[in-house]
Design a protein around this ligand. Structure first.
Ligand SMILES: [Zn+2]
Length: 158
């Protein structure tokens, strides 16, 4: 079990050993997100890489926990990794909320997300695109999940 030695890189100053925080992922902006799509920011990073202005190790630096989540619980996609073109990228979702761990909770299914939302808290969801092959990673999108208003059991039928 070697290889986790350099986990505690202090790029954001808040990463402690073994606690990965998607808010520190490339492209993340501070504060609670609205519905934000990060395709433009992603495209900018990719074109900088293709022009040779960014080295591969700078864009393929996924945290070991993120890579592990991508391999184990990630949602498969049909999109080829823009960097290595050897594998399809995988989407990993994390939610943040008042009763969630500070580093977020990894959510594997939509049903789980809905169940968490029904608990009554507003949740911020971060979807991260990860390549399990080369460790490319970028925030794909963020959105807020709000609990259903009233939580009525049966809709009124006319
Ligand atoms: Zn890749």
């Amino acid at each position: 079990m070697a290889g986790f030695g350099q986990v505690g890189r202090s790029s954001a100053g808040t990463l402690s050993a073994m606690s990965f925080n998607p808010r520190g992922v490339r492209g993340a902006s501070p504060g609670l997100p609205g519905e934000i799509d990060y395709r433009l920011a992603r495209q900018a990073v990719i074109s900088e890489f293709r022009r040779g202005r960014i080295a591969q190790h700078e864009v393929c630096d996924a945290h070991p926990e993120l890579v592990r989540a991508a391999r184990n619980v990630g949602e498969e996609s049909t999109r080829t990794c823009p960097i290595c073109e050897q594998a399809n990228v995988v989407l990993v979702s994390y939610v943040f909320g008042p009763r969630m761990p500070a580093h977020g909770r990894c959510v594997t299914t939509k049903a789980e997300l809905q169940r968490l939302a029904r608990a009554g808290d507003e949740l911020a969801c971060y979807v991260v695109e990860v390549c399990p092959s080369c460790s490319w990673n970028h925030l794909a999108r963020t959105f807020l999940v709000t609990p259903p208003v009233g939580r009525r059991r049966s809709a009124p039928s006319a």
